[in-house]
Design a protein around this ligand. Sequence first.
Ligand code: PMP
Length: 403
Amino acid sequence: MFPVEQIRADFPILQRQVNGKSLVYFDNAATSQTPQIVIDAIVDYYSNYNANIHRGVHALSQEATDKYEQARITLQKHFNARHAYEMIFTSGTTHSINMVASGFSELLNEGDEIIVSALEHHSNIVPWQMLAERTGAKLKVIPMNQEGALIMDVYDELLSKKTKLVFCNHISNALGTINPIEEIIEKAHKVGAAVLVDGAQSVPHMSVDFQALDVDFYVASAHKVCGPTGMGFLYGKQEWLEKLPPYQGGGEMIETVTFEKTTYAGLPHKFEAGTPNICGGIAFGIAIDYVNSIGLDKIAAYEQELLDYGTEKLQEIEGLRIYGTAHKTSVISFNVEGIHPYDIGSILDKLGVAVRTGHHCAQPIMDFYQIPGTIRASFAFYNTKEEIDVFIEGLKKAIMMLS
Ligand code: PMP
């Protein structure tokens, strides 16, 4: 049996009340909650060894540097990257994508093509549109079907020798769809294109092996996997990171500086200008260790149980439609006929239940279904079936009040 009660005790926030009710937190796709061990790591850093890294000869600086670099190795091992220096610390998924999109300005020419999926978060659309505007490259879209899956036959048709880059999320934040990224990567490589996978939603729910995937770039945020906000990573194959120009100039990313010429530092420092989020990096490593102490396979199996249970209960409600029924993780996006998602979300909040309402930064998906938005319940491994019951009861109450 999955030890959910023991796990819940690790998360202080789960004990709190909201509007006089026990919190039911089903907004995990937006951000996950933080276990005490990660909170302790943050307090420990600022209480005991807060110092700037890589430069100091003094003990605190060396301690902070060691812990920060240890976190990089934790990430490298967790994702099976070939080298620790292929793991670039960033402020999150959005930052990581912008770094690659910015770098590709120098690698693309007019007439080149780049391909995006229809299932993307805005942060994996807009930077590429900006890149296309800068370079004259053409942005093409892999369409989706009613089930919320990508239409892969069309992907085959879009790919050509002109394709230079394909970007797609591993899991859709709006629907939970798990995309066939193995196939996407393999086919892109056949035409010589690189692939960036947005793993913001996959990293919390499944094991990911960068070398097995043979992915060129993979990006994610710490705050969706029990870590702090303002922290994330860009994984890039060494050959790609060497090809890309630096994103920002400044301290830390240089080898030598004169007023005539600067030479850049090697990886990972070339992409880590300025004082980084030292504490965030360390806490990210602790968060990954924490998740591994439970086991991502066990987490995935338990979340599947929650997904099945929640889906079954929701399907019993008349007039309720679930969007995205393809192979997916523990995200349920739905609407109730004749009721605005925001109204339901507000009543659920009064009952202590936190869900997301709106377009989930994925307006093209909402446009596809011709809806303004959905209500999204996204489960994590510290949620329970009892919480789903509270949510369903609350939802029924909201529907009664709003009908
Ligand atoms: N991509 C996906 C699939 C996401 O779910 C999110 C966060 N909602 C992002 C990108 C952006 O992540 P961040 O805001 O942490 O940069």
